[in-house]
Design a protein around this ligand. Sequence first.
Ligand code: T3D
Length: 266
Amino acid sequence: MVEPVLVEQRGAVLLVTLNRPDRLNAFTEEMHLALRDALTVAVDNKTVRAVVMTGAGRGFCAGQDLGGRDPRAGGAPPDLGETLGKFYNPLIRQIRALPLPVVCAVNGVAAGAGANVALACDVVIAAKSAKFIQSFAKIGLIPDAGGSWSLTHLLGPARAKALALTAEPLSAEKAADWGLIWRSVEDAELMDEAIKLAEQMANGSAGGMAMIKEAMQAAETQDMNAQLDLERDLQARAGASADYAEGVLSFLEKRAPNFAERDTDQ
Ligand code: T3D
């Protein structure tokens, strides 16, 4: 059987590849479960300090596999609320709760829920040939997998609504110009750049990275007062850590820091 998700550890980076290239890596139940397992491995294996997610073949992910949604098969319409509740929502929550940086290397078209899974990752880097498409309007659906939230927060309502209502493809370069993603790079450089970024973060303090992610995500919804309190609490924890002492010492001694291994609670 062909594995729907490939997992390879490269040093401290876990490379997770959606692997249904003939369907542009569209999601099936099996692929959801395999991806869930891969991300669980990333948390459980303390030698992993960053994740890179990408797609096999010419696409990143075309969202839900519509082959399994053929109305000609007859019967009652599928309960899409159930699919979201069982698979997409837990996936988006899992990515955001991961105490590790997740880099998404968007290697080609990212459509429907595929686009929004990419946008849920911490740092999104895309090949210049890649496109982001909120395909939902073409089939009578609404942006899911967190898309209505991510687009609105990252772009503001004007651009978010237009992308959702028109389903117009957004090029990687424009996505970067608009602040939807971190940056776009030449196709041939994508994986090297994504791995380099992940290694850079993997070489940082694991506890620090987890707390940065927590703080930045909290800022998406909290007001300034609440955020100031959170910064105080997280910084108190960070300041008491061995990694902070090592970071300062390495600066003073003009050498690279040697940060601790990931704790069992990270
Ligand atoms: O549970 C639920 O259903 C709720 C959750 C919903 C979440 C969603 O994601 S709904 C949105 C689903 N996705 C889409 O509507 C996108 C459908 N795909 C496309 O519009 C186009 O394929 C693309 C714009 C993504 C790419 O176009 P293009 O011209 O580069 O490629 P293509 O020729 O259309 O696709 C290549 C093959 O992949 C093709 O198969 P073939 O003809 O070679 O045998 C195509 O049918 C297949 N494919 C692409 N997307 C899907 C797919 N097969 C199944 N499901 C897909 N989503």
